[in-house]
Design a protein. Structure first.
Length: 169
């Protein structure tokens, strides 16, 4: 407690000036809020009991115009939201990567099939086959989950399609 009292005595002038500045800031803020409140009260001072027909008609007209503007803005937002929803469907949303060994003499699952698809499962598949002597890169387009060319088992797994089991009789 003696430490606090000693601190206050030592820095009394600085604390007083700081509190004075803080009080002035709060007073200014109070004046700004008071003026805003009085302006708002003046705008909304029309009441049913003390207003004449012209004032009421003007207030209703003003409110009607504001509601009309708000409705137009809401319609614009709705249209824009629909446009964005349609655009998002065309963005890449489904990605998957399947790693595998393309050849028996190469380990470490260096080969891969990467799918980049939109909401309608349309997009591309990038496949890389890694071998000891060379590597190959393939790109196939996919429309509605169907490849433009035959898809390998790994590519089908990358787009989320269960590969069909082939049975040998």
């Amino acid at each position: 407690m003696h430490v606090i009292v000693g601190f206050v005595k030592e820095y009394n002038a600085y604390l007083s000036i700081g509190l004075l500045v803080f009080s002035l800031i709060l007073f200014g803020y109070m004046i700004v809020l008071s003026s805003r409140t009085s302006r708002l009260a003046k705008r909304k001072s029309v009441t049913l009991s003390g207003a004449n027909a012209e004032e009421l008609a003007e207030a209703i007209s003003e409110q009607s115009a504001l509601i009309y503007d708000l409705r137009n803005k809401m319609d614009e937002v709705h249209v824009r939201q629909m446009e964005l929803g349609q655009a998002i469907e065309k963005c890449i949303q489904n990605t998957n990567i399947i790693r595998f060994n393309a050849f028996e003499d190469v380990g470490g699952e260096q080969s891969f099939a990467l799918s980049l698809l939109d909401a309608n499962n349309t997009g591309i598949i990038i496949s890389s086959l890694y071998g000891r002597q060379d590597s190959r890169l393939y790109v196939k387009s996919v429309t509605n989950g169907e490849g433009e060319r035959a898809l390998s088992e790994e590519e089908q797994r990358a787009i989320g399609v269960r590969p069909k089991k082939t049975t040998v009789a």
